[in-house]
Design a protein around this ligand. Structure first.
Ligand SMILES: Cc1cc2nc3c(=O)[nH]c(=O)nc-3n(C[C@H](O)[C@H](O)[C@H](O)COP(=O)(O)OP(=O)(O)OC[C@H]3O[C@@H](n4cnc5c(N)ncnc54)[C@H](O)[C@@H]3O)c2cc1C
Length: 423
């Protein structure tokens, strides 16, 4: 991986290059990528594929080099060089976030944490300890070997768990088990001034490192509580003509004294339509708004069925419910409608979502854009609302679409009592 010609290029060579060469000589397991074609890959994450005008003229999204550390000691050394020579640093887990946090804006060194991917399961203590490169897919597989599972997780399994902690930490399981912070036992961080410390979940300082996108330092380790893997899921799909009715139902159910779903999500009709088209007939529901509810206990699912009958609430067929539940880790499979996807993520009060949605879909219609919204119920008062929109970064319209994202976040915060999900 190490380039042979890098040492020879004295002309135009940045002043920190000698320090870096020395570090690489002393640490044979610290890898460097500097081949221009390979560096191109790091200019984007899963969604952010910036048009040339932005990435070259307004920003410098191409890193000078990518370093792939294998140990915390490597990170301390990289920080030390960056501090001394004032080199911009960008931290990358798996690059799946979609908002560009792992993409440089001023060149410099990009730290790719992919090699630090350890997963250590302690089945007796029901705990897992992961490195910053460990992806959900690998962590889940390792836990499955012990019939265990993470208590909450994102719907994108290709990302790293620690990257998710840096970007919000809510998703499946949050309704039942709370945000990822509730499952944390401790984290280890390295701050830009070169201090490495372990922080317990109860320590108020932990909040500086969760949901702050790596701006306060790198999390190098996290230990979390895990739980037994459910032997079976019981998903239900309830249709509603209007989003407001779906959110009102979610609110009623979340206050029920004994029915406690493991998860509750709302899919707006536009997203249902797009997912149905590509389900190859597995989903045969109408283009309506749906509440997707899942239980892990047979008894709870029976009680829920009785509740629906009592309230005379229709539910969709079992095969459609099962299909949507099984596809829950593929919400971005609609990316082909783009080819780019942009998304707004905000935390909204449950009783504000429907009117917020009405407002933004009105904006979308005027611009000829379709929004594909979905919400995770977080608790009986709030949802994590995600609205994706399909766009094309190769066309001028991309700039207008891009502007819409901060406008939608501002609207949520100013007029609908919303909170931004991340910085
Ligand atoms: C299909 C799909 C569905 C998704 N669903 C959800 C969802 O339901 N809920 C949700 O919250 N997210 C969701 N996401 C986002 C995604 O899961 C997380 O943001 C992801 O896990 C981040 O991990 P990453 O390693 O790819 O981060 P990257 O994209 O590499 O980085 C994201 C940010 O975190 C920082 N960062 C990465 N690693 C560290 C570290 N070790 N220490 C400090 N900072 C770090 C980076 O600097 C960057 O700012 C989804 C993504 C996809 C693709």
């Amino acid at each position: 991986m190490r380039s042979n010609n890098s040492v020879k290029e004295k002309k135009g060579r940045p002043p920190w290059r000698d320090a870096l060469e020395k570090l690489l000589q002393q640490n044979s397991d610290l890898r460097i990528i500097e081949n221009p074609e390979k560096l191109e890959y790091y200019r984007q994450d899963l969604n952010v594929d910036l048009p040339p005008m932005i990435r070259d003229l307004m920003l410098k999204s191409l890193p000078n080099v990518v370093l792939q550390p294998a140990t915390e000691a490597h990170l301390l050394e990289i920080f030390s060089i960056a501090r001394e020579h004032k080199i911009p640093l960008t931290v990358r887990g798996a690059g799946t976030w979609g908002y560009g946090g792992a993409v440089p804006t001023r060149g410099g060194i990009l730290i790719d944490l992919g090699l630090m991917d350890t997963v250590e399961v302690n089945p007796d203590a029901l705990q897992v300890t992961v490195g910053p490169g460990a992806r959900f897919l690998d962590i889940s597989r390792e836990l499955e070997r012990h019939s265990l599972t993470l208590l909450s997780m994102t719907s994108g399994k290709g990302g790293t768990l620690i990257g998710w902690m840096a970007t919000g930490g809510m998703g499946f399981g949050t309704y039942h088990h709370g945000p990822v912070r509730n499952q944390l036992i401790s984290i280890r961080v390295i701050t830009p001034d070169g201090v490495m410390k372990d922080i317990a979940a109860e320590d108020p300082e932990i909040k500086y490192f969760l949901s702050t996108e790596g701006q306060m330092g790198i999390m190098t380790k996290a230990t979390l509580r895990v739980g037994p893997r459910p032997s079976q899921w019981y998903p239900f799909l309830i249709p509603f003509e209007e989003p407001a009715a779906a959110y009102a139902f979610a609110k009623r159910l979340s206050s029920h004294p004994s029915i406690k779903p493991e998860d509750l999500m709302i899919y707006h009709s536009e997203l249902i339509h797009a997912l149905k088209v590509q389900s190859n007939g597995r989903m045969s529901v109408e283009d309506k708004n749906f509440v997707l509810i899942a239980f892990t206990e047979d008894e709870q699912s029976r009680q829920f069925k009785a509740y629906l009958d009592e309230e005379r609430i229709q539910r969709a067929d079992e095969a459609s419910a099962k299909s949507l539940w099984e596809e829950r880790f593929l919400p971005m499979s609609i990316k082909h409608l783009g080819p780019s996807l942009l998304a707004t993520e905000v935390i909204l009060p449950l009783d504000q979502v429907a009117s917020y949605y009405e407002k933004i879909s009105g904006w979308g219609k005027r611009l000829g854009l379709t929004l594909y919204p979905t919400s995770h119920l977080i608790n009986h008062r709030e949802v994590l609302f995600l609205a994706m929109l399909a766009t094309d970064h190769r066309k001028a319209i991309f700039y207008a679409d891009l502007l819409l994202i901060p406008m939608m976040i501002r609207l949520a915060v100013q007029d609908y009592h919303g909170k931004p999900y991340v910085l």
